[in-house]
Write a protein that binds this ligand. Structure first.
Ligand SMILES: Nc1nc2c(c(=O)[nH]1)N[C@H]1C(S)=C(S)[C@@H](COP(=O)(O)O)O[C@H]1N2
Ligand SMILES: [Mo]
Length: 336
């Protein structure tokens, strides 16, 4: 990774509220072709497209206490997405399919106590509790692009530790070839898990997977925080995966189980719509989603409509130098 002087202090979330823009935004959206935009699910369930351009109403009625984390900062030339956007424009179907649903409903989730198990094809299975997540591994800041398969993106200063550091503690058996991840299943706290209308009719618990060499790659982290504090619940507290060269749906939230397997594990979006979402899900501007182009993305920045920009999507989300070697000789159209 290139290390350059940090500019993160320069960017403040200046929230523009221009009434005339607000009232005319439907017309403007139409002219930008944004009203028929991408969504993971094909039902027209996301009525919140206009929320993209409004600044955040504080929706989380019981504000959570976030702990300040001790971590090694990094420098990056990427312009950060304002914290207020990172924590209010989310995908977390366990709390609803709308972008503002996670911030509104995730307060119901109990994150402490927490238990995350590491098991499967390992010689030393183990469990971590809530506090272990913050003090068993040196925490680092990683400023990464996050590219959703729906063709929007952010830049987030995550805090976490390499997944490889955790997996090494388990003493992986040589027959292990994949890592399977599972999100908490707790329908009484996660409203989308008890109603298929709220939860987008995808199978729960949410599961994801990586090939072992992807899981061990130094860019792959378990995140326990962002913007200097522990993760807000809507972002996947207390611990979630971050795989920056893959579409966002691979970066599974609120993990309770990590299992080493010999076979490629089943993954939620692949089970839901196999022709649209593959196991690999590497960001690739040359392979379109069946319902929309992946050649460009809407980068979520501060402010309102006039700040919304489209940029070209980069191969492996800009991490090709680091990860292209993992896929040498593979047909990335077939293994999408
Ligand atoms: N358990 C779970 N993890 C999930 C999701 C989800 O619905 N449930 N959504 C995914 C998608 S589609 C994206 S783009 C990212 C969004 O992460 P963020 O809300 O922190 O930006 O989380 C991913 N992890
Ligand atoms: Mo996503």
């Amino acid at each position: 990774m290139k290390i350059v002087k940090s500019n993160r202090k320069l960017f403040k979330d200046h929230q523009i509220t221009d009434e005339s823009v607000y009232h005319n935004k439907r017309t403007i959206l139409k002219s930008l072709g944004l009203l028929a935009s991408a969504s993971l699910i094909s039902q027209p369930a996301n009525a919140n497209i206009l929320d993209w351009f409004t600044d955040n109403k504080e929706t989380n009625d019981k504000p959570q206490t976030l702990k300040t984390l001790k971590y090694t900062p990094t420098n990056s030339d990427l312009k950060l997405t304002p914290e207020s956007k990172v924590t209010s424009y989310n995908n977390f179907y366990e709390f609803g399919t709308g972008k503002s649903d996670p911030a509104e409903y995730a307060h119901a989730l109990t994150i402490d106590p927490w238990k995350i198990k590491v098991n499967g094809l390992v010689n030393t299975p183990f469990e971590l509790g809530y506090e272990d997540l913050f003090n068993q591994f040196p925490l680092e800041e990683r400023i990464y692009r996050l590219r959703c398969v729906e063709a929007w993106s952010m830049v987030v200063p995550w805090i976490g530790f390499p997944l490889s550091a955790l997996l090494k503690n388990a003493d992986i058996q040589s027959s292990a070839k994949y890592v399977a991840f599972e999100t908490l299943h707790r329908p009484d706290e996660m409203r989308g898990q008890s109603s298929r209308f709220i939860g987008g009719n995808i199978p729960y618990p949410y599961t994801e997977g990586l090939r072992l060499n992807e899981a061990m790659h130094p860019l792959t982290i378990l995140a326990v925080g962002l913007y200097g504090k522990s993760l807000p619940k809507q972002n996947g507290a207390p611990v979630r995966l971050i795989v920056p060269w893959k579409y966002g749906f691979k970066s599974i939230k609120s993990i309770v189980n990590i299992r080493l397997t010999a076979q490629e594990p089943a993954t939620t979006w692949n089970l839901s719509a196999p022709q649209e979402y593959g196991f690999y899900a590497n960001v690739n501007p040359n392979v379109d989603h069946p319902r929309w182009s992946q050649a460009s993305e809407r980068i979520i920045t501060s402010g309102g409509l006039l700040d919304q920009k489209r940029i070209k999507t980069q191969m492996f989300n800009g991490y090709a130098d680091e990860v292209a070697g993992l896929y040498q000789g593979m047909d990335l159209r077939k293994y999408y």
